[in-house]
Design a protein around this ligand. Structure first.
Ligand SMILES: [Fe+2]
Length: 325
């Protein structure tokens, strides 16, 4: 069973820009390996959470899902084979770069590589973030979530739900059809959307422990307003308050805070919209942006609001041994 999104592999023609944004804006620890042949970006105590590799080809984001151990890896292989997917072992170099005990990959219905691994190593040293931040919310929740635009929604949905045992969180049909799936208490680890743009990485969401760290990232992004893909706002379902940046590769990075946790009593919902307020999506056509504004006004008139579930301990609290109540 898949436990979490453990890491992502970003293949990019713009490694230098990724290192700059990773350190100064996002606040990741950037460890350059092999004279720029690979870059490990750390978010926590693990050896890497974003493995950034240079490419001369098209940019890509590959999800790295985590299972418990070698037996779970073998079971996932059996499940995928039964559903008609071929599975390929990671090479010794790939496994070493990721810092995992073992890994395989398969190709999803949209033609994208997806990795499954176990045993992501600890870094062995405290995180040194690229700017003074309170760290990221990871652990059993994984590093965040990925939303994919898909051209094969029913096949992708069947892969993740029927074969890989993801569970539905909720779904919506307002601005575009979208389905949210979870594998742990994080509200969703994967979103599958028919954005009308075909198969593409839509965004990666990373979650800060501290609200002020989102605000400071927003301040920096506002210095280049054209870099902001989605303005500050709050999601209707996971309650994350966030904004979205265009990455150097054109897909989006959502930087957020205070995602809600869900449990086995969760009730699947048909969503009335995607956001409670804000989140003007500059990437949508104007008619869809207008429709989104109408939905926000309707939700506002209804007085729909959500509580804030405060996230985990910050780096400072962790270092000092202070626990939240
Ligand atoms: Fe998101």
């Amino acid at each position: 069973m898949i436990k979490a999104l453990a890491y992502v592999v970003i293949s990019t023609p713009k490694l230098t820009e990724w290192c700059a944004i990773g350190t100064s804006l996002i606040g990741l620890q950037v460890d350059v390996l092999n004279q720029g042949a690979a870059v490990r970006m750390r978010m926590d105590d693990k050896i890497q959470r974003l493995l950034v590799l240079p490419t001369d080809g098209n940019p890509k984001l590959t999800m790295g899902f985590e299972v418990e151990n070698e037996a779970a890896l073998a079971q996932t292989t059996v499940d995928l084979n039964r559903a008609g997917y071929s599975v390929f072992s990671g090479t010794a170099d790939e496994i070493a770069l990721r810092g995992v005990a073992n890994m395989f990959y398969f190709i999803d219905p949209d033609g994208a590589r997806v990795e499954v691994a176990w045993g992501l190593k600890d870094a062995g040293s405290a995180l040194q973030p690229g700017r003074p931040i309170g760290g990221f919310r990871t652990g059993e929740l994984g590093i965040g979530h990925v939303a994919l635009g898909t051209a094969q929604h029913s096949e992708m949905s069947a892969l993740y739900k029927d074969t890989l045992h993801f569970k539905t969180s909720d779904y919506g049909n307002t601005l575009f059809p979208i389905e949210f799936l979870h594998v742990n208490p994080r509200h969703h680890t994967l979103g599958l959307a028919n954005t009308g743009r075909g198969a593409a990485v839509h965004h990666l969401m990373l979650e800060y422990n501290d609200w002020d760290d989102v605000g400071r990232a927003y301040d920096m992004a506002l210095e280049k307003p054209e870099s902001i893909a989605v303005s500050l706002g709050r999601h209707i379902n996971d309650h994350v308050t966030s904004f979205y940046l265009y990455t150097p590769d054109g897909w989006m990075l959502e930087l957020g805070w205070a995602g809600r946790l869900i449990d086995d009593d969760w009730q699947v919902e048909d969503l009335a919209g995607l956001s409670l307020w804000g989140h003007d999506r500059s990437w949508l056509p104007q008619d869809k942006r207008d429709e989104a504004k109408k939905i926000l006004k309707m939700l506002s008139a209804r007085g729909l609001r959500a509580p804030i579930a405060l996230p985990t301990e910050t780096l400072e609290k962790k270092a000092s041994g202070i626990k939240d109540e």
